[in-house]
Design a protein around this ligand. Structure first.
Ligand code: NAP
Length: 248
């Protein structure tokens, strides 16, 4: 693969695994992060040590102005953009809807939904043939929650991922004639820090045995699906939501 792959929220978890595999497959990688500069820089050093090209760029992708600056940095510092992975996301603390603070719900929507929209818009402006680009691919990270609804945990998060699925279909159809494929990966249950951040540090131990496949995924198993969707091997696949959820 050539060109630049921008991965939002790539300092750890699924985003970091996508960045690492993307670099191994030949992309120059923009490792976006918001707060975790140290681990983002370490990931970039690891990629460079392995012979790859990478750059860590701080940006809160929930903010439209920060997203504009992020893409302008990519334009200035890296080869032309050919791929975007909208990965940055969070759930907020588990709660029933009647007890959930407005601030939590707003933050989740701002990051998961609007953040993905700001980034997709900036990517289309660069990659679409009608704007002089050479085409490319976008992968949105959805969740099994989009269809399960996450009752008693975080229904607002599930709703944000439902919006991601709709965004995926719409963007795919709007941009198919301009050389951009748009797909989503919907992970089920992945071994990352998102569960502890949602106030459920023991979620992995509790839920893993209830998964049809009997365990949580490792982030690398999600990254494989993402890299396939980005690649020319998926040349006829657009508008798809690929569930990578161990049967759930
Ligand atoms: P994670 O381990 O908590 O990592 C989240 C990443 O997003 C971090 O790199 C974090 O970096 C970054 N981030 C947070 N806020 C940001 C912001 N405002 N701007 C830019 N980056 C930001 O989460 P994960 O489990 O890998 O989740 C990644 C994606 O997969 C999310 O969209 C999530 O909804 C989805 N997903 C996860 C699971 C699962 O079981 N883990 C299942 C289904 C879907 P900083 O610390 O620098 O902010």
């Amino acid at each position: 693969m050539s060109g630049t792959l921008l991965v939002t929220g790539a300092s750890r978890g699924i985003g970091a695994a996508v960045a690492r595999l993307g670099a191994a497959r030949g992309y120059a990688v923009c490792v976006n992060y918001n707060a975790s500069a140290d681990i983002a820089e370490q990931l970039v050093q690891d990629i460079r040590a392995a012979g790859g090209q990478a750059l860590a760029v701080q940006a809160d992708v929930a903010r439209e102005d920060a997203v504009e600056r992020l893409f302008e940095t990519v334009d200035a510092e890296l080869p032309p953009l050919t791929g975007l992975v909208n990965n940055a996301g969070l759930s907020g603390l588990v709660n029933r809807i009647e007890d959930a603070p407005a601030e939590t719900i707003r933050h989740v929507m701002d990051l998961n939904v609007l953040g993905s929209i700001w980034c997709a818009r900036a990517a289309v402006r660069r990659m679409a043939r009608r704007h002089g680009g050479d085409g490319g691919a976008i992968v949105n990270i959805s969740s099994g929650a989009a269809t399960l609804g996450s009752p008693g945990e975080y229904v607002w998060y599930a709703a944000s991922k439902g919006a991601i699925d709709s965004l995926t279909v719409g963007l795919a159809r709007e941009n198919a004639g301009d050389g951009i494929r748009v797909n989503a990966v919907a992970p089920g249950f992945v071994n990352t820090e998102i569960h502890a951040a949602s106030g459920m540090p023991d979620r992995l131990e509790k839920i893993a045995p209830t998964m049809p496949i009997g365990r949580a995924a490792e982030p690398e198993e999600i990254a494989e699906a993402v890299l396939w969707l980005l690649s020319d091997a998926a040349s006829y696949t657009t508008g798809a939501v690929l569930r990578v959820a161990g049967g759930r």
